[in-house]
Ligand binder design. Structure first.
Ligand code: UD1
Ligand code: UDP
Length: 369
């Protein structure tokens, strides 16, 4: 059984890693990694392959950056070629909600290659987010929907998806963490940055809604400066954000603030070591909302909505309007935050459940052909 695992951007690499390692051990599975090249900087791509002990991708589509239509189209054209050659897979597995997710799902399904979407069913109900469009379309055209939590199943059923298409497998990001736990616990963490355990916050920002407009980004940077007066910040800067900070003339002010350490995007192990030891995290990332809930670290999410409401309802996450950031940080420092609990089946066994579901579905497919 030949399986393609599609990986494109930073949040995809840690999602495919535990699944790849489990699939690669099975004699009946030929698992191949297709890297679309949506992210290409060493610290947004290659370093994750090293950290997560992934082999070099079996196929590299090298699409790079572009407008949404350009990037999606380039991935579709390139992936269709791979599928049409002798390397046609029996299954294509796409993860998450990036442009390459929708592009590979669309290219594969039109070639009658069955598609599985891992992390299906998440919804922010905010169609201004490009990821929400990617999620809706990918789920509509995928054959099998592997969901992380009950709210995802409910969203799909509400949209009229037949229950037979859904397998609740749990949250694969937790498998990534558990797989790398020994390395994360052995990493230097905050010491490397002159910070002390429990006495700093990790910051990540990259949503276009936060960083692409000057006015919004100026306001966020102002809030980060005032927050850093209460709690030192470690800001791992995404390339989109760095570009905008430089363009809007905000980079120098951040660099000159001694309570605010700026870094390049960090490797998975180093980043998770810093999150695990943080007092809190400030983010607009999807993955970080989940990781902080799992680790019981307070998370302030600078967004109006989230496709991961379980992290707010059950976990440590709070949606915060950017002008209230400092007040919320002070609240957390006073102890005003929900300790939360870990959602069901976020247990590090998701890749095994995916394997079992794939086996069942593959046998059923072979039996009907
Ligand atoms: C993408 C995903 C987003 C995901 C994020 C994770 C889409 C629509 N967006 O957003 O869902 O949360 O990745 O990090 O799929 N750039 C570099 N080097 C790189 C990659 C990007 O310099 O390796 C710069 C380029 O200027 C590029 C910009 O970042 O134009 C944005 O990259 P892009 O992949 O389009 O979107 P992200 O903001 O990274
Ligand atoms: N991450 C990392 N280094 C960083 C920032 C993030 O290793 O400097 C990891 C972290 O595990 C996070 C994941 O990358 O959950 C997803 O990243 P991102 O925020 O880019 O994507 P999103 O989850 O918002 O799509």
């Amino acid at each position: 059984c030949r399986v393609h695992l599609i990986a494109a951007a930073r949040p995809n690499f840690m999602k495919i890693a535990p699944l790849y390692h489990v699939l690669a051990e099975q004699p009946w599975i030929d698992a191949r990694i297709v890297h679309t090249g949506q992210h290409y900087d060493r610290n947004m791509s290659e370093n994750f392959f090293l950290d997560l002990r992934l082999p070099d991708p079996h196929f590299h589509l090298e699409v790079g950056s572009g407008t949404h239509a350009e990037q999606t189209a380039k991935v579709m054209v390139a992936y269709e070629k791979i599928c049409s050659r002798r390397s046609r897979p029996d299954w294509t597995i796409v993860v998450g909600d990036v442009n390459s997710t929708i592009a590979c799902a669309l290219a594969a399904t039109k070639l009658w290659i069955p598609v599985i979407h891992l992390e299906a069913g998440l919804r922010s109900s905010d169609r201004r987010m490009p990821e929400e469009i990617n999620r809706l379309v990918t789920d509509a055209i995928s054959d099998v929907l592997w969901t992380p939590s009950p709210d995802a199943d409910e969203n799909l059923l509400r949209e009229g998806v037949a229950p037979e298409r859904i397998d609740r497998v749990g949250n694969i990001m937790i498998d990534s963490y558990e797989m790398m736990r020994p390395q994360i616990e052995a990493a230097p963490g905050p010491r490397k940055f002159g910070l002390r355990r429990g006495e700093y916050a990790v910051v990540t920002l990259h949503r276009p809604s936060n960083v692409d407009q000057r006015e919004t980004l100026v306001s966020l940077v102002t809030q980060l400066h005032s927050t850093s007066a209460y709690l030192p910040l470690l800001f791992a800067v995404h390339p989109r954000t760095r570009k905008k900070l430089v363009e809007f003339g905000l980079w120098a002010s951040l660099e000159s603030n001694p309570s605010l350490r700026l870094t390049e995007p960090l490797g998975y192990v180093e980043f998770m070591a810093l999150v695990s030891a943080a007092r809190l995290v400030i983010t607009d990332s999807g993955g970080v909302q989940e990781e902080s809930t799992y680790l019981g670290i307070p998370c302030l999410t600078l967004r109006e909505n989230t496709e991961r409401p379980i992290t707010v309802m059950q976990g440590t996450n709070r949606l915060v309007p950017s002008h209230l950031l400092t007040a919320n940080v002070q609240g957390v420092l006073r102890g005003e935050w929900a300790k939360g609990m870990c959602p069901q089946s976020w247990d590090g066994r998701t890749a095994l459940r995916c394997l079992a579901a794939l086996k069942r579905r593959h046998e059923a497919m072979v039996a009907t052909h």
